[in-house]
Ligand binder design. Structure first.
Ligand SMILES: Nc1nc2c(ncn2[C@@H]2O[C@H](COP(=O)(O)OP(=O)(O)OP(=O)(O)O)[C@@H](O)[C@H]2O)c(=O)[nH]1
Ligand SMILES: [Mg+2]
Length: 191
């Protein structure tokens, strides 16, 4: 009689993706992830289409032993915000991207962010809050955004406060720090 071997199902074979990238529509998730992927041709003339559904980006890096590693990140489009909760199981890191230059969107972004912080699936997850499009935002906008997101309260009250990073993917600002944070590496001194 043949051994009754359990064959892996399609779900078992599916790549486990433990990092998710969320944020309001147009906040800059796709642009940021493509830049982290080091895709060619992402500059001021680049115009991505809104993500309908989800996309997966593979980021290649060397670990502390010099071994090549790949980190896969799933973006779920802002258009799909009502369905985000379906993608949270097994997630260990949440990259939440806000458009710092669009203060009209920040209060809605804060509601989305706080809803995720309270989600039972994400109680042990690490949150990285990305203030994006810093090339378009001036200092006061950045301060207002942090105020609306109640960053001080997050730092004071949460057991694991989110890491807050400023980026401008189109100019490359902040990408090294974000990459280091995603891959659990220390940022190399620039000087
Ligand atoms: N100036 C500037 N524009 C940016 C930056 N990042 C993204 N954009 C622009 O913002 C727009 C939206 O960018 P996307 O990356 O598609 O935004 P998204 O968050 O993926 O949007 P959804 O997929 O709809 O949720 C595009 O026109 C980008 O060119 C940035 O750092 N600076
Ligand atoms: Mg997108």
């Amino acid at each position: 009689m043949k051994n009754n071997v359990l064959r892996p199902t399609v779900d078992d074979q599916e790549k486990k993706i433990s990092v998710i990238c969320l944020g309001p529509k147009g906040s800059g998730k796709t642009t940021l992830l493509k830049k982290l992927e080091e895709a060619e041709g992402i500059d001021n003339t680049y115009s991505p289409v809104p993500t309908i559904g989800t996309n997966i980006y593979d980021i290649h890096y060397l670990n502390k032993h010099g071994k090549k590693q790949t980190l896969s990140i799933r973006e779920v489009g802002g258009e799909m915000a009502s369905l985000w909760s379906n993608y949270l199981e097994g997630v260990e890191k949440v990259l939440f991207v806000v458009d710092t230059s669009n203060l009209c969107q920040i209060s809605a972004a804060a509601v989305m962010f706080y809803t995720l912080l309270a989600d039972p699936c994400l109680q042990d997850a690490k949150f990285i809050l990305v203030l994006s499009k810093m090339d378009l935002a001036y200092r006061q906008m950045r301060n207002e955004a942090l105020l609306m997101l109640q960053s001080r309260r997050l730092r004071a009250e949460l057991k694991r406060p989110p890491v807050i990073l400023e980026t401008a993917p189109l100019t490359g600002e902040g990408l090294a720090a974000l990459r280091a944070c995603l891959t659990n590496q220390k940022l190399k001194p620039t000087i």
